[in-house]
Design a protein around this ligand. Structure first.
Ligand SMILES: C[S@@+](CC[C@H](N)C(=O)[O-])C[C@H]1O[C@@H](n2cnc3c(N)ncnc32)[C@H](O)[C@@H]1O
Length: 239
């Protein structure tokens, strides 16, 4: 029988208990980063962030990655901005202390990246005011109610915009990932969590529904290969 993906799953991922050792987490993030590179997931976020920067030229941008994991996206963004002579201050936020240790280790040669241990759900309106917030493969970890809570907060904190890059909940994605993971994914955690993640992902109508809770922002939601949605929000602009 085919899997029923008509509703978002509420199953927790193995990663969500934050009990993985640093050693195992290192391998899990290597898997996640490999998938993102092969299937183009990271470029989708970078391109959207660049689009937001171009929409409001400034001498310097502060960009926060909410749920930064091992900091891979921030390092990619830092390298891109360096090449393009764009000055940026990059901030990574995560609740997993082990992931942050890895992020700091891997980013020791990047003097424009800093990391903070923080629960996204406990953000205050004075925490991490910035130009742009990015959030890649993190939103699906949360229940619908929490998604709306932090999206409202993100829209208050980011003056230029918010970029969400997350998974399309689809049977095609689910079964193709099973085949893909046989070849490209090494850890059991990433194989299992990959499938749970897809079942916790989103349909376009889920995202449109959430966007109705943010009526003062302008929204652009687009499907991208491979089975991603990119959602760009510009706060304080009417649709
Ligand atoms: C699948 S990983 C994605 C990491 C990274 N953004 C990427 O694209 O590779 C999801 C991340 O969200 C973090 N996370 C989950 N719940 C969180 C919370 N309440 N506050 C902050 N980070 C959280 C996890 O620790 C994990 O590093």
């Amino acid at each position: 029988m085919l899997i029923d993906l008509s509703k978002r799953s509420e199953q927790a991922e193995l990663m969500d208990d934050f009990r993985d050792t640093k050693q195992n987490l290192r391998l899990v993030f290597a898997d996640i980063n490999r998938v993102n590179t092969i299937l183009g997931g990271s470029s989708i976020t970078i391109n959207a962030v660049v689009e937001l920067m171009q929409s409001q030229p400034k001498d310097m941008y502060t960009i926060v990655d909410m749920g930064c994991g091992d900091g891979y996206m921030l390092r990619r963004l830092s390298a891109y901005c360096k090449k393009q002579n764009i000055e940026v201050r990059l901030v990574g936020i995560d609740l997993n202390a082990q992931a942050l240790q890895l992020a700091k280790e891997f980013s020791s040669n990047y003097d424009n990246i800093e990391f903070h241990h923080q629960d996204i759900l406990a953000l205050k309106s004075t925490d991490f005011n910035c130009d742009i917030i990015m959030n890649t493969l993190t939103m699906h970890h949360f229940l619908d109610l929490d998604v709306i809570t932090f999206l409202r907060k993100f829209n208050q904190l980011a003056s230029i915009g918010v970029v969400i890059n997350d998974l399309h909940r689809s049977r095609w994605a689910y079964y193709l990932f099973k085949v893909f993971s046989l070849i490209f994914i090494k850890t059991k955690t990433a194989k299992i969590d990959g499938l749970i993640s897809i079942s916790k992902g989103f349909t376009k109508s889920d995202l449109i529904q959430y966007s109705k809770s943010l009526p003062n922002s302008k929204h652009h939601i687009e499907w991208k290969w491979a089975f991603r949605y990119i959602w760009i929000m510009k706060p304080n602009q009417l649709n």
